[in-house]
Design a protein around this ligand. Structure first.
Ligand SMILES: [Mn+2]
Length: 310
């Protein structure tokens, strides 16, 4: 499967529904909305819909999903973006389409769609969507360029991770030529509410250091006190990103609906995805997560993190 094959598949269908993962980040939404505007621009006669029940609260930049009816979905090609496993999909109706296509960059992404296009080395799904457009000489409008840039920037933490390649920057130079305003988009991506700002600094003060590991445990009580949603809490793992001597870090946050902790794990060098897998999670080599562990298991995870070596 290559970018030309994807184009051929897309051209076979008059109606296309675009999906992404639950608790969407800017790569999920950027690849979804970026592809929407690419398809609208290049195939004006096709009907293009977006689907997703969970949203990020950023109406200045993001837009509402179309959430078409099942009747429409059944007559459409569905494309699910940036979603490694079926249980991460928002929503599962992507399997009801005439045919389904997955475009993703996660490690060991689950092959459960009719068509499957995964490039594990890609630094973001938005990068793959941008390449899909470039390789096929599609016209890229400003709106598509903005969403793709947002996905590329946020999934690579501002182009600072190892999967960023010269190709990433070649794509960027093309997107920037579409007139996108970097200052404006970066403010959309980075600005937090005053409450979230205060919560972030409170949590930073609660950091625990063990060996070369730093971690924060957001308990039910603290979460309630700070008035944080799980979605908001999730990004806070990056509070711990730039601390001298800290090579691996973790953020544990209480999930009310699961009555258990979700975990975000990060490492600068040593692979830690095996630790996530051991507890039923997964993700990338240096950035992964665990959906559900008990309070008692936190120490086990930390001990494994301390032992993880390059
Ligand atoms: Mn991604």
């Amino acid at each position: 499967m290559n970018y030309f094959d994807i184009k051929e598949i897309i051209e076979e269908y008059d109606s296309i529904v675009l999906y992404r993962h639950i608790r969407p980040d800017y790569d999920a939404l950027g690849s979804q909305l970026g592809l929407k505007y690419l398809l609208l621009e290049n195939y004006p006669t096709k009907k293009i819909y977006t689907y997703g029940l969970e949203n990020m609260n950023n109406p200045d930049f993001l837009e509402d999903m179309d959430n078409p009816s099942v009747d429409i979905i059944k007559k459409s090609l569905t494309i699910i973006l940036d979603t490694s496993t079926h249980d991460r999909a928002d929503d599962t109706s992507y399997l009801k389409g005439l045919k389904s296509l997955k475009i993703d960059h996660h490690l060991e992404s689950e092959n459960n769609t009719d068509y499957f296009f995964v490039i594990e080395s890609a630094s973001s799904t938005a990068e793959m969507i941008a390449l899909l457009a470039i390789e096929n000489n599609w016209k890229i409008n400003k709106k598509a360029a903005e969403y793709l840039y947002a996905g590329m920037n946020s999934d690579t933490r501002g182009f600072t991770i190892n999967s960023v390649s010269s190709t990433t920057f070649d794509i960027l130079s093309i997107l920037i030529d579409k007139g996108i305003n970097l200052v404006e988009i970066n403010r959309y991506l980075d600005d937090v509410s005053k409450e979230k700002f205060a919560a972030k600094h409170y949590l930073a003060s609660k950091t625990i250091f063990k060996g070369d590991v730093a971690y924060i445990v957001l308990t039910k009580e603290i979460k309630k006190k700070l008035g944080l949603s799980t979605h908001e809490a999730k990004d806070f793992v990056y509070i711990l990103d730039s601390i001298k001597g800290v090579n691996k870090y973790a953020f544990f946050f209480y999930e009310d609906d699961r009555e258990a902790f979700s975990v975000s794990l990060r490492s600068h060098k040593a692979s830690i995805v095996e630790i996530a897998k051991k507890f039923g999670g997964g993700g990338h080599r240096l950035a992964c997560g665990i959906p559900k562990i008990s309070y008692k298991q936190i120490d086990e995870v930390i001990n494994l993190l301390i032992k993880a070596k390059v």
